[in-house]
Write a protein that binds this ligand. Structure first.
Ligand SMILES: Cc1ncc(COP(=O)(O)O)c(C=O)c1O
Length: 391
């Protein structure tokens, strides 16, 4: 069988079993609503937590940078691709997350791919939560460090694994700050205690928390009042911070400088386009300067969580704007389709994204959702629940 024959056969099997993934094709500017063909859907499927993707100031700053600096730089950072705006953005990120320094990547996926191999060697060990993001998993795989996966949020197992690794030169505990499927927040106080106890470093991917959690939007660590306890912090500019694209690693000068010297996705790729950097810079200024956006986000989230619980839905507990509504088996897809018919966009997640039996609809709330939009979603969920109860 040739490669192409096998791929065709595998696709046929996939088509008949799980079905093939199809991208939803939207148009227009991303905001609390999304145009899909002729439909305007209220969007509960994006990571635009602060509603900055459609912010006029953010968009204008990108336009200005496009006019003054052009679209892209056609070179990597270490050649002639670096502009002043890259340094300004790195300084703004470091200030936002309260780190000594920060370095930009094309995405957080790249940041996670490029960090482990750069910082660790074969004598080192990484301890990774089982539900960590795919990019952390792949980044660890690309490094020569020993990999030790502990059960999701299972601190006892982590402690046992740390205790059994006395021969490692360095130990690095790595966790998502907020887990993207469950919306739960990593137990950073306990994780940093374990890190202290076992002389390990702590790395957090705060993609769903930067700009979102903490009084000033510094992220998961700030939400616990744990300033400066995270040694390596990665995050994205593609979610709350304007939703353009880009990622970063923040930490001490030693971490950041090492990455600049040896991290492959920093060195061997084109530098961030100035319009994206300008948009992110403006988004960070707004995210820091307008705490009322986080207050609004928290209020919207609390309202929708409470309403879904009152309607009788099984909602995983938490405070983050990721609200997982557990609907086992095919129900998740059926309810998502019913919501869609009522103009509400939220995705059903099933295997392999979540384990079999843990199917769900992931609802993501934004500060930009209006009361009417939240009520529309609640009413649509209410009708779907009535149909399920009657079925
Ligand atoms: C926890 C986490 N880390 C990393 C990423 C990747 O971020 P980016 O879109 O910047 O590559 C995501 C996005 O899906 C994420 O949820």
């Amino acid at each position: 069988m040739t490669l192409l024959d096998r791929l065709r056969t595998d696709l046929d099997v996939r088509r008949e079993t799980t079905g093939l993934r199809r991208d939803l094709v939207a148009s227009g500017i991303q905001g609390p609503t999304l145009r899909v063909g002729r439909e305007i859907l209220v969007n509960f499927a994006s990571n635009d937590y602060l509603g900055l993707a459609a912010d006029p100031e953010v968009l204008e700053s990108a336009q200005r940078a496009l006019r003054d600096q052009g679209l892209g730089v056609t070179a990597g950072r270490v050649l002639c691709g670096t502009r002043e705006i890259h340094g300004e953005l790195e300084a703004a990120i470091a200030e936002l997350v309260r780190a000594e320094d920060a370095v930009l990547y094309g995405s957080c996926f790249d940041a996670n791919l490029g960090t482990f191999d750069a910082l660790l060697g074969p004598d080192d060990a990484v301890f990774s939560d089982a539900l960590n993001h795919a990019s952390l998993i792949d980044g660890i795989r690309l490094s020569s460090a020993r990999r030790s996966v502990f059960g999701h949020a299972d601190l006892d197992e982590l402690a046992r694994r740390l205790a059994a690794s006395a021969d490692a030169r360095h130990r690095l505990i790595v966790t998502d700050g907020v887990f993207s499927m469950d919306g739960d927040i990593a137990a950073l106080p306990q994780l940093s205690e374990l890190a202290d106890h076992y002389d390990a470093a702590l790395m957090v991917d705060d993609s769903h928390a930067t700009g979102v959690l903490g009084t000033t939007g510094a992220g998961t660590s700030e939400s616990y009042g744990l300033d400066g306890r995270v040694d390596v912090l990665t995050g994205t500019l593609g979610k709350a911070l304007g939703g353009g694209a880009g990622g970063f690693v923040a930490g001490s000068h030693a971490v950041v400088e090492t990455l600049r010297q040896v991290s492959r996705p920093y060195i061997f790729t084109n530098a961030m386009a100035p319009p994206l950097a300008a948009a992110a810079l403006t988004a960070i200024r707004i995210a820091r300067g307008r705490p009322e956006l986080r207050e609004r986000l928290a209020a919207n989230t609390a309202w929708l969580r409470r309403t879904l619980l009152d309607l009788g839905y099984d909602v995983l507990p938490g405070e983050h704007p990721i609200i997982p509504v557990m609907l086992r088996g095919s129900l998740a897809r059926e309810v998502a389709a019913a919501l869609r018919r009522e103009g509400v966009l939220a995705f059903a997640l099933s295997y392999p994204v979540v384990p079999v039996g843990e199917e769900r609809i992931r609802v993501q709330v934004s500060a930009s959702h209006t009361t009417e939009q939240l009520e529309l979603a609640a009413a649509a969920f209410g009708r779907a629940h009535a149909v399920m109860a009657g079925a």
